[in-house]
Design a protein around this ligand. Structure first.
Ligand SMILES: NC(=O)c1ccc[n+]([C@@H]2O[C@H](COP(=O)([O-])OP(=O)(O)OC[C@H]3O[C@@H](n4cnc5c(N)ncnc54)[C@H](OP(=O)(O)O)[C@@H]3O)[C@@H](O)[C@H]2O)c1
Length: 255
C-alpha cells in the first residue's frame, strides 16, 4: 500500500460497514493513517476481535454504533507504532492488546494509552485479541456485580459463546456450581470448560431444568445476554438474595 493517484497518501486499510445488511456490506477501503492525539497510541494491528456487537452493528441493531459508513471493532492486538504527547507508559514496538471501541477492523488504529496493555511473547496475537471484551464482560459481571463465591450456583446462558466460555472459566476459579445453556453440539466443549450441568435450551425448558437441578431453589447468579422473555424467566429463577446480570439481547439477532 502507498501513495495513490489522487495525490493523497493512503496507507491504512479498514473494513467498512457501508450500509446495514448481510456480510456483503463489509468493504475494504484505504484511508490516511490516523494520528495519535494527546494520551493516545497508534497500533499496527495484528488481529482484531469479532464480537456479537459488531454483527449487530452491521445489521443496524446496535444503537451504540455510529451510523454507516463506519469501521467497527472493539479490541485489537498488535505493535505500538506511534505515541501521542504525554504518553509515558508505552513505546514504539511494544506488543499490546487494546480496547478501541470502534475502528479495530483496520491495519492501524488509535486508542487511549490507558486502555492498552502489554502482552507476553508467549501469548499468540490472535488469541490475545479475543480476550478484552469477553473476559472483561464476564469478570465485571461475575466478580464485581455478582460477587460470586464457591457457595453459589450460577446459570450462564450462551455458555458456548465467547463471553460464556470466559464466564465459565472465571466462575470455576471461584469454585461455583455452573449450569450452562447451549446447543447440544457444544455440550462436550462447555463441560470441558467447567460447566457442571449443560442444558440444551433448544429442546428443554430451561426453567424446569434449573429448578430440577437446584431442587427447586433456583440460581444464586444468572448471566443473561439473551433478552426478551429470557430476562423475565431468569429473574423468576433467582434464589433468595440472587443476582441477575443482563448484558445483551442475542434474541433479536435471529438467523
Ligand atoms: N454488555 C456488554 O458489555 C457485552 C459485552 C460482550 C458481549 N455482550 C453480549 O453478550 C452476548 C454474547 O456475546 P458473545 O460475544 O459471547 O457471542 P458469541 O460468541 O457469538 O456467542 C453467542 C452464544 O449465544 C447463543 N445464542 C445466539 N443467539 C441466540 C439466541 N437467539 N437465543 C439463545 N442463544 C443464542 C449461541 O449459543 P448456541 O450456539 O449454543 O445456540 C452462542 O454460543 C451478545 O448478546 C452480546 O451482545 C455484551
Amino acid at each position: 500500500m502507498g501513495a495513490r493517484s489522487t495525490g493523497s497518501t493512503f496507507t491504512m486499510r479498514q473494513i467498512v460497514i457501508v450500509r446495514h445488511g448481510p456480510p456483503e456490506v463489509l468493504e475494504p477501503r484505504e484511508t490516511p493513517d490516523p494520528v495519535p492525539g494527546d494520551g493516545q497510541i497508534r497500533i499496527a494491528v495484528r488481529a482484531a476481535g469479532v464480537n456479537f456487537a459488531d454483527v449487530l452493528a452491521r445489521l443496524g441493531l446496535y444503537p451504540d454504533a455510529p451510523k454507516p459508513p463506519v469501521t467497527v471493532g472493539y479490541e485489537v492486538s498488535g505493535l505500538v507504532d506511534a505515541v501521542g504527547r504525554g504518553v509515558t507508559t508505552h513505546r514504539t514496538g511494544d506488543r499490546v492488546v487494546a480496547l478501541t471501541r470502534f475502528g479495530g477492523y483496520a491495519t492501524r488504529v488509535v486508542a487511549p494509552a490507558v486502555l492498552a496493555f502489554p502482552i507476553p511473547d508467549s501469548l499468540d496475537a490472535v488469541v490475545a485479541a479475543a480476550i478484552p471484551v469477553n473476559y472483561l464482560t464476564a469478570l465485571i459481571a461475575l466478580y464485581r456485580m455478582a460477587n460470586i463465591t464457591a457457595a453459589d450456583t450460577v446459570l450462564i446462558h450462551g455458555a458456548g459463546g465467547g463471553v460464556g466460555i470466559a464466564a465459565t472459566q472465571l466462575a470455576r476459579r471461584r469454585g461455583a456450581t455452573i449450569l450452562g445453556t447451549a446447543s447440544s453440539s457444544k455440550h462436550d466443549a462447555i463441560r470441558a470448560q467447567g460447566v457442571d450441568h449443560a442444558i440444551d435450551y433448544r429442546k428443554a425448558d430451561v426453567t424446569t431444568e434449573v429448578r430440577r437441578l437446584t431442587n427447586g431453589r433456583g440460581a444464586d447468579v444468572v448471566l443473561d445476554p439473551i433478552g426478551g422473555q429470557s430476562f423475565a424467566d431468569s429473574y423468576r429463577l433467582l434464589a433468595p438474595l440472587g443476582r441477575l446480570v443482563m448484558y445483551g439481547v442475542s434474541s433479536i439477532a435471529t438467523g
